[in-house]
Design a protein around this ligand. Structure first.
Ligand code: UDP
Ligand code: MG
Length: 215
């Protein structure tokens, strides 16, 4: 029998909302808007990985760089630990609306992208309460990513990497979305429309879920 592991954070006190959708679906854009409105901490798994990649002395730098360029998933231990550390630091440091006595609320953007990460995070770090799933067509996502690529400096905003990311998304991330759908945790939002229009839907979903006024 495996030892009974309880998560680091109690989901009664710490609210985790996963924000998923294909590359370029609008996750980061919408998270930035939601964060101020509902006192969230926004953690982008991709940003944490890029930060770790650039950290002097990181033993994972090369591994992360290769995975990001190839559009594959970094071994889950690395990403889960980075998220857990960032959550602990935020809970420790932050006070105010929704953040007293070990409470907190997180938008975790671009994670979990693969079933193993989802199960590990839910069991060992914090059980997620909800998943916001942004959907649009590959054509729209490709267009947005190429636009972003003009200024993002990201090594994966080029056609070759984007194609690989689309594949990884279909093969590895869609099963995660189906998993949470079967648990009734997914709110699906079509993100083809304008940023403002998509935000209205995302905001409505969040305010309903947190039972707080629309912001
Ligand atoms: N990545 C990963 N594990 C994660 C999240 C991201 O390995 O849990 C890697 C993966 O290679 C991915 C890249 O980081 O293609 C960029 O992720 P990001 O979320 O920044 O891309 P976005 O979805 O915003 O386009
Ligand atoms: Mg992003």
């Amino acid at each position: 029998m495996p030892a009974d592991i309880s998560p680091v954070f109690d989901s009664e006190k710490v609210t985790v909302i996963y924000v998923l959708g294909g590359p370029g679906a609008g996750k980061g854009t919408q998270c930035s808007k939601l964060v101020g409105a509902y006192s969230f901490c926004h953690l982008s798994a991709g940003d944490l990985l890029r930060e770790e990649q650039n950290r002097e002395g990181s033993q994972y730098g090369e591994l992360i760089r290769t995975c990001i360029r190839e559009g594959t998933i970094v071994p889950m231990e690395v990403t889960v630990k980075l998220l857990e550390n960032a959550m602990s630091a935020e809970i420790e440091a932050r006070t105010g609306d929704g953040w007293s006595n070990g409470r907190g609320r997180f938008l975790i953007d671009g994670f979990p992208r693969k079933m193993d990460q989802a199960l590990k995070f839910d069991e060992e770090v914090c059980l997620a309460s909800m998943v916001i799933f942004f959907t649009t067509t590959e054509e729209v996502m490709l267009h947005r990513l190429l636009e972003r690529g003009k200024t993002s400096g990201r090594e994966d905003d080029n056609v070759e990497s984007i194609r690989k990311r689309f594949r990884t998304y279909e093969e590895q991330t869609m099963p995660v979305i189906r998993h949470y759908s079967s648990h009734g945790k997914v709110v699906e939002i079509d993100s083809t429309a304008s940023v403002e229009q998509v935000y209205r839907e995302a905001s409505a979903a969040v305010s309903k879920f947190l039972r707080v006024p629309l912001a």
